[in-house]
Design a protein around this ligand. Sequence first.
Ligand code: ADP
Length: 814
Amino acid sequence: MSDELRPSHEPAMLNNSDLEPAAKDERFLPLVVLGEMVIMPHMTIPLQVPQGKSYRAMERAWDEDHEVLLIFVRENELEGYKSSQAQQLPPTGVIARLEEFAKLPDGTARVILEGLHRAVIHQAVQIQPFYRVSCLPVHDSDVDGMEIQALMDTVKQQVDEFVDHLGEVPQEAIQFVHRIDRPGHLADIVTWGPAFDFRDRLDILNTLDPVARLRKANMVLARQLELLKLRAKIQQDTKEVLDQSQREYFLREQMRVIRRELGEDDDSDDPIDELRRKVAELKAPDYVKNQALHEIKRLAQQGMNSPEAGVIRTYLDWLLNLPWAEEDHGEISIVEAQKVLDQDHFGLERVKERILEFLAVRKLAGNKMRSPILCFVGPPGVGKTSLGRSIARSLNRQFIRTSLGGVRDEAEIRGHRRTYIGAMPGRVIQGMKSVKSNSPVYILDEVDKVGTDFRGDPTSALLEVLDPEQNNTFSDHYLEIPFDLSKVIFIATANQLEPIPGPLRDRMEIIEIGGYTEDEKLGIARGFLVPKQREFHGLQPEQLEITDGAVLKLVREYTREAGVRNLERELATLCRKVARKVASATEPGAESGPERYVIDTDDVATYLGPERFTFGLAEERDEIGVATGVAWTSTGGDILSIEVLPVKGKGGLLLTGQLGDVMKESAQAAVSYVRSKADQLGIDTNYFEEHNIHIHIPEGAVPKDGPSAGITLTTALISAMTGQPVRRDVAMTGEVTLRGKVLAIGGLKEKTLAAHRAGIRTFILPKENAKDIVELPEKVRQDLNLIPVTSMDEVLQIALTHPAVEVIKPVATV
Ligand code: ADP
């Protein structure tokens, strides 16, 4: 192809006067201007042609050699070619043969045109009565090669794919395409397909190089195929959504029909109206009602069946069921309160007094006064919850209780925002929903079990709940609107004081309730638990008597606890068994039982099976290497034995029995102390190099920790090494320094109670704790010989049967 034959992409300008000398193959053909229907070489197309320049051009060609030049222009440019003005000509056209030219009665002509080959257009040589242009025919050059073959295969494959998507394409057409063996030809034919628009077709037409042309066709096909696939996917997705919603619609319709058949149809009650009515009746401040109405409006807009509807209705359910309004409880009566507290509880004089003071202040100062929150601290089963319940009863208020044990997340107190799936209000608001007034007595159990982690600090949320300055507008994330908690009487409870976060402790008035002595338990059982359980089980007082001996046996051998929870459970079991006997005796034909059941000490085992704990001292004899300590746990105090066994070895130290880090350290410190005192204690200097020391604290499954076993460890060690037995009726508690000083400990009350329960006679305690002795129950002070000490030497003097060291100070007895 010579240079001058290259199509200029600038359309050739009409140039009538300036005719160049004709090239060898140059043709001067009548011009037929067609619209956007491009007739490529090798295509045959019938057309109906109206009067005009193109009509006249074809009329002339029919008389000449039947050949015309076709050009294709946009519909809006067609008009111009009809005028007498010269128009811009495109660079390329198609030389076509007129197969038929038949004039029809309506003035138009029916023609059949067959495209032959491309022609590069030079210029128009005539405009009227039709255009005639000079042009040079272009034939595709012969090209071949692997790459071209591959390209052709690709395009044919694309055509197949297209046909797959479109369907309904005649098989012959596809076969025809597959038979084409020249790239330019293939490109021309595929442009006929729907993938190509006018612009693509013109571009292909203007591309004279057959390979470049096929590449272009390949690109267009690839792009269109991608689009087709996307479209198919979108259609599929839409269809699925439509199918689903249609299915739901049918199901709902069916449901409606079924309900109508069942007579459950309540179409008349518009749920939206129903909700509006409830809001109108709701006793609540305006901001609550406004919020509810706003949500109802949203619900109405979204429709009851919208996915959002469930969420909105749940929210409305909360708004409509919370106690926003205050209830009138009347005056607080201190006399009445005292009566109720005494009716429900044995002893606890100081606790009751403190509660009455609290109520008195509330009565006089009302809500003006920032009264602190009461916090009852003590082991389980000592009556913390039941005191709260009594306070509610004496004030004629409702009572709720929520446990905070294991709360680690701020959201558990304050709720999750509504945007979370399955969001709910926090525990405080959940509790409030269960009562009908906004001024109940609210027990927050286990404030010592509130933890902190990465999800935020629940303490700060709790502070907001409890702080009288802030809690009148407590904000729960879920509710979004403030809730007034200022009328609520909060009472916190905890088993231990130490784990309660500092800021929380500062806000609270701590009232410690220790464990009960045997006598107190007896009193509680006699005066409260037995009558209560008898009544629960439908028994008359004259039908069942449980003697003091039996109760004492329960206390000593069936329960081992600081409070009375298990004792109450065992009493309940006794009542249940008797109730069964009484009930079956009344049935016809049954043997009549006794009128009155008396359960005495010896009967307990018949009802409850063998005892669970042995009562009495931990050891049966004074032992070498075994000392009795006392531990303080969240469930009260307990005694524990510490065993030391030196065996032949190389100075190792072995600790077993689930000891915490602090206790391990005190064991090491105890060994160091004993080594430093070896001389004085008469222990051979080589002893430690030649022995391994094994320290064991039985009840292996119970974790033990804390420094207060220091003196017990040291005593057991010295006993083991010197061979002097430890007195079995002595229990001790105290931290010890490396120099043998005895330091203060916590939980004295629980520890002495545990020792008392176990039948210990002598109790060694740090001197620094001596000031707490007055707080101990009378009975404990009477029965236990409480000896405060300052040094390890004093401990040994008391605990070992033949002390090896001289007494430094006289032993003080309190
Ligand atoms: P806590 O909340 O401290 O774990 P509870 O309040 O649940 O303990 O008490 C357990 C049971 O013991 C309750 O039935 C309670 O009435 C009873 N109780 C505890 N202390 C006394 C007491 N001093 N007088 C009468 N009953 C008591």
